[in-house]
Design a binder for this molecule. Structure first.
Ligand SMILES: *Cc1c(COP(=O)(O)O)cnc(C)c1O
Length: 419
């Protein structure tokens, strides 16, 4: 008798869920199904599989679907998707060849010419570029809001733009990269519901790369879709590019269909790597969060540091930001940023002097990664928006890894001396 997966914690299931050793000569690990196509037992079976895969009819309740072709499905993707669902309590997941392909496929799936997309600022540079320079070419209108805007103000922005009728999707990123500013998911979910009608459901999509899938679960706060760059914490070793999208069966059906036709799915090798990564996801992230707390506390009292942006330092005095933090997160996470005293020259001197932390973009990996948002990840953002968001020339972003925190602090300390 199998135990119900719902009765266990996700971390207990990451080694086995969705896979039977008897499928592969007793192999304890799911092999890499390095194959492009799958053999049908009979022509009738192939016909049945295609009817369901292409949406020509719905799947019967007790009908078992089979494998067809690796652009549509592959065991390494399906088992990985089943495991990813456990963290977010999602019904369905789709894995992609990159975080960007997860995001772009999802946006293209639900937006048509004439629709309006409302999004938070700042967004990941790639997402920002796609929304403002690609979607707009197809007649999709875009409206932004900032983490400083409360729920009433967001309603007002929609009203002032006369956007209520055409609003089709809300896309947010929280905590915002690189400043850790927070956006209220349930407020955005309320707005999406407010502007939904019988003909048109306004969907809320949340890029949860910074905190997920361990410390924030957007679907539980009313989001319809949750997106990941699996390159970051989920992959966690700086050795694979991948992405994921999760939600209910109802919203994920069209996303999976468009993935089939765009061909933006991940390959079996990527699926296998991510399954291996998921086994240690929680222990990695918990250690990273613990290390981040030590590093943030050290930085806070350092004379060469002007300000530290770390969620664990929020107090009731921070008002709405603190309320959102308490409601939405189970950890302060392992991403922080800080302003060194000075400008770009001082920030660069610090970055160039680090010996243990690596000077590189990306985040969520086992090794600590440090970068300069204003001239690297956010180089493309307008000066005006950079200023509004606090992406200043003295700001440094740090993704804390699994090293011993004493070594990290010693490294940061010696590099700060070089300023
Ligand atoms: C890295 C990242 C992306 C893009 O993901 P890729 O895997 O690089 O395509 C999207 N959103 C956020 C928040 C990211 O950090």
């Amino acid at each position: 008798m199998k135990r119900d997966p719902q009765s266990m914690h996700p971390e207990s299931l990451m080694m086995s869920h969705g896979y039977e050793p008897s499928w592969s000569e007793g192999a304890i690990k799911c092999p890499i199904f390095q194959t492009s196509t799958f053999v049908f037992k009979t022509a009738e079976e192939g016909k049945r599989f295609f009817e369901v895969a292409y949406g020509l009819r719905t799947q019967e309740p007790d009908e078992k679907m089979g494998l067809i072709y690796s652009r549509l499905n592959n065991p390494d993707l399906e088992i990985l998707e089943n495991r990813l669902c456990l963290w977010d309590k999602a019904e369905e997941a789709a894995v992609f060849e990159s975080g960007m392909s997860a995001i772009t496929t999802t946006l293209l799936c639900y937006l048509s010419p004439g629709d309006i997309l409302l999004h938070s600022n700042p967004l990941y540079g790639g997402t920002d570029h796609f929304i403002n320079h690609v979607l707009t070419r197809f007649g999709i209108k875009v409206i932004g809001f900032s983490p400083n805007d409360d729920c009433d103000r967001i309603h007002q922005i929609i009203q002032e733009a006369g956007a209520g009728d055409k609003l089709k999707m809300i896309f947010i990123e929280t905590p915002a990269n690189p400043t850790n500013a927070l956006i209220d998911i349930s407020c955005c979910s309320g707005i999406a519901k407010h502007y939904s009608t019988e003909e048109k459901q306004v969907l809320l999509a949340v890029d949860n790369t910074y905190m997920g899938p361990i410390w924030q679960h957007p679907l539980q706060h009313g989001a319809d879709l949750v997106l990941y760059s699996a390159t970051k914490y989920i992959g966690g070793h700086s050795d694979v590019i991948a992405g994921a999208c999760l939600g209910s069966k109802h919203v994920m059906g069209p996303v999976k269909t468009l993935r089939t036709f765009l061909g933006s799915m991940a390959g079996p090798w990527t699926g296998w790597l991510l399954m291996r990564s998921l086994e240690t996801l929680k222990v990695r992230m918990e250690q990273q969060a613990l290390n981040a707390k030590h590093v943030a506390d050290f930085l806070r009292s350092h004379p060469k540091i002007e300000k530290v942006h770390y969620l664990g330092h929020l107090t009731p005095e921070h008002g709405r930001q603190y309320e959102i933090y308490k409601k939405q997160y189970t950890s302060a996470g392992a991403m922080l940023s800080f302003n060194v005293i000075g400008g770009e020259a001082e920030a660069f001197r610090f970055l160039n002097a680090l010996q243990l932390a690596h000077l590189a973009v990306s985040l969520g990996s086992t090794e600590s990664l440090v970068e300069h948002p204003a001239t690297m990840t956010h180089a493309d953002v307008s000066l005006e928006l950079k200023e509004e968001m606090g992406i200043t020339s003295n700001l440094v972003r740090l993704s804390v890894g699994v090293e011993h925190y004493e070594d990290l602090i010693a490294d940061i300390s010696q590099a700060l001396e070089k300023i």
